[in-house]
Design a binder for this molecule. Structure first.
Ligand code: 8GT
Length: 136
């Protein structure tokens, strides 16, 4: 069977801090879905596993170091996205080195799990938030 060339593979992390909650970042102006809050992460690049891709994204976006063994797979979402098919894998991460800071000029905020559903997030994130609320 032919592979589907329209799939977009994305990995994202719920960074969980017991006191502050879960870290979310705002999509910057100029990108599609600008202004929506999302979990840090991005597309898997050639030669990467999902976990190595996510560790790279967290370093690039937030300047934190994460061990791939500290990335716990939690759930996934599948959604149409701009004529393509988004497959988003969500991990929980409770252990990292460094204090998250935005290296890409995105606004960051910590949100308690039961308040996540009040944020404007991309359509794919609704089920992810439900799952997290039950888990955390
Ligand atoms: N990181 C992240 N991406 C998400 C979430 N939910 C969701 O639909 N996405 C989508 O997954 C894709 C993430 O890839 P990306 O961050 O590399 O893409 P982008 O559009 O920001 O940048 P690009 O211009 O480099 O393609 C985006 O299309 C984004 O809208 C989420 O919670 N976290």
């Amino acid at each position: 069977m032919e592979k589907n060339p329209t799939d977009v593979f994305v990995v994202a992390a719920a960074l969980v801090d017991n006191q502050r909650g879960v870290l979310v970042q705002k999509r910057p102006k100029g990108k599609h879905m600008a202004g929506l809050w999302e979990f840090p992460g991005g597309k898997i690049e050639k030669g990467e596993t999902p976990a190595t891709a996510l560790a790279r994204e967290l370093q690039e976006e937030l300047n934190i170091s994460v061990q791939v063994t500290d990335l716990e797979p939690v759930t996934f979402a599948s959604e149409p996205l701009e004529g393509k098919n988004l497959l988003l894998l969500l991990y929980v991460c409770k252990c990292w080195s460094g204090e998250p800071e935005s290296l890409e000029n995105s606004e960051l905020q910590w949100v308690m799990p039961d308040k996540l559903e009040e944020l404007d997030m991309p359509p794919a994130d609704g089920p992810l938030v439900d799952r997290l609320r039950k888990l955390l």
